[in-house]
Design a protein around this ligand. Sequence first.
Ligand code: URA
Ligand code: CA
Length: 434
Amino acid sequence: MRMVDLIEKKRDGHELSTEEINFIVKGYTDGSIPDYQVSALMMAIVFQGMTEKERADLTMAMVKSGDQIDLSQIEGIKVDKHSTGGVGDTTTLVLGPLVAAVGVPVAKMSGRGLGHTGGTIDKLESVAGFHVEIDNKEFIKLVNKNKIAVIGQSGNLTPADKKLYALRDVTATVESIPLIASSIMSKKIAAGADAIVLDVKTGAGAFMKTLEDSRELAKAMVRIGNNVGRRTMAVISDMSQPLGYAIGNALEVKEAIDTLKGEGPEDLTELCLTLGSYMVYLGNKADSLQEAREKLEQAIQDGLALEKLKVFLSSQGGDASVVDDPGKLPQAKYQFELEAKEDGFIAEITADEVGTAAMLLGAGRATKESSIDLAVGLVLRKKIGDQVKKGESLATIHSNFEDVSEVKQKLYDHIKISPEKTTAPILIHEAITE
Ligand code: URA
Ligand code: CA
């Protein structure tokens, strides 16, 4: 097989065979096919697209390019959730204990954050003593015992995707639905998921800014999953404004605790119940979405979900007393209120810009090497659609330095107040279940 022939074939709009896709992915991973030929192929794919069969083949070729996590020793259907990324997205912290409380095994492999705010591990590490450096055996034992454990990313997962994503990043070929969909799905499958629930974000703070693109991406991922034997469902949810109120690591842990107590923000609670229902349904712990939702609501009411969080934290060395006393979480030295400059209604809280404001405080990493401050961040006091009076607080800024004028300016620029009544955005646009 010659790579140049395969580039030509795709350029002219023909379908690549399974063998051809395997040849390309293997050759690129081992270095026998050079960057420039793969770049040309990626650009051809951007214009010609990929058939459903090609997408499934590409996904599985990337899965097989490295280690695959074996979770077969864990009882039950391992359902993983993936979010395409948002600002102040506290869902993983809530969903883990919540679905574990109704018996769905949560075997989560997680990473650290880059950009806007921390990742799940960063957030969890704001609980004193909590650590994810456990070996595979311990991980599996904990999931079987408690139904939940989190382990740091280890091993050589989907090296083909890592290399391709880096190449696409510098060749203007990231923006291709088949390539994005295969990239995301390959990582979930290599990490051992039997079934997958996707939270595809849409809006200013999301990777996909329009509903049409988000829908197309969601459909593409659901098809890939089902075509390769992993039941997959997707929800398209709003990321025009941050989810919940808190943005920042320890602040989001507190928000997750509140939500598991049944006292969380309305939008975060609703999204968790929706995604959680799909997880419980796919995990065969309920016969319908309605029954799944009722079980989750019950677990919150009975305190089982909160209890599960305590067991989870203490099993991995964490001080579970923070659950009853969130004041023990890292606290910033200063709190400043962002006072509204006029009367009106909140029209916009641009998610990515507000995320960047939290990053300026130290809540997120600018580069992989930067350290983050777990205590700092923002707590919104208003969301889109809320009425506000001049002088009222729009947000509380939690900071470890005194001069927050740059952060304030950024927030004023991106929290827009309108004299006319505004309405809250739709939280859940649609579900794609095939
Ligand atoms: N995120 C991914 O993991 N892969 C892509 O290709 C784009 C976004
Ligand atoms: Ca939040």
